[in-house]
Design a protein around this ligand. Structure first.
Ligand code: IMP
Length: 193
């Protein structure tokens, strides 16, 4: 069967293709001729994942899954959340986003935060949501060069290193995205063995 991953990130597509049962062929947005930007206009991470998956299923008729992620900071009522990519405005810039977050947390004691990924799967006329969460805290200075986004200022609970100090493999083992993907794969393995 064919399953669209609502993404054009070649690395993400390759990674997922290796993990799903071999009876499933993963297609990218390019593969189905979807070249338009799907507007991420929902006000929650779940909402954006659903919006992207529904767009593909409704407009192109494919079973599909889409993901959306963000960083939620407790003392900031869950900000930047769904606005994580563009927290400091357009065009999106990781450095500026980190600077804005550190400024907003300057005199705040509670540095608890979590990364969250939601994957929305539309399959056989049904919708399924898979959520991955990793708890941790924001530190006051940037450490590490790996990864992207807020990785240099996020330390997962039980760890001494930031996400930007972990290898991709180490991070994937514990990350919000890794957790959500594992749930998706387990579901697909049960359904399409
Ligand atoms: P996306 O939905 O995966 O594109 O994530 C949206 C935004 O959330 C990214 O642009 C980052 O700012 C932030 N983010 C999501 N996942 C991570 C992560 O694993 N590390 C650091 N930042 C992340």
């Amino acid at each position: 069967m064919q399953l669209v991953f609502a993404s054009n990130n070649k690395n993400k597509i390759k990674e997922i293709q290796l993990l799903v049962p071999s009876t499933i062929q993963i297609l990218s947005l390019d593969d189905i001729g979807c070249t338009e930007d799907i507007a991420e206009t929902a006000d929650t991470i779940e909402g954006n994942a659903m919006l992207k998956a529904n767009y593909v299923t409704e407009k192109y008729g494919y079973d599909c899954f889409a993901d959306d992620s963000g960083l939620e900071v407790e003392a900031l009522n869950g900000e930047p959340g769904v606005f994580s990519a563009r927290y400091a405005g357009e065009p999106k810039n990781d450095e500026n986003n980190i600077a804005k977050l550190l400024t907003n947390l300057k005199d705040v004691k509670n540095k608890k935060a979590n990364f969250k990924t939601v994957i929305c799967l539309n399959s056989n006329g049904k919708q399924h949501l898979f959520t991955g969460i990793i708890n941790g805290e924001i530190i006051e200075e940037r450490i590490g060069n790996n990864g992207f986004g807020y990785d240099p200022i996020f330390v997962a609970d039980g760890y001494q290193k930031t996400f930007a100090e972990l290898s991709l493999e180490e991070k994937s083992n514990i990350s919000h995205r890794g957790i959500a993907v594992k749930q998706l794969i387990t579901f697909l393995q049960k359904q399409f063995r």
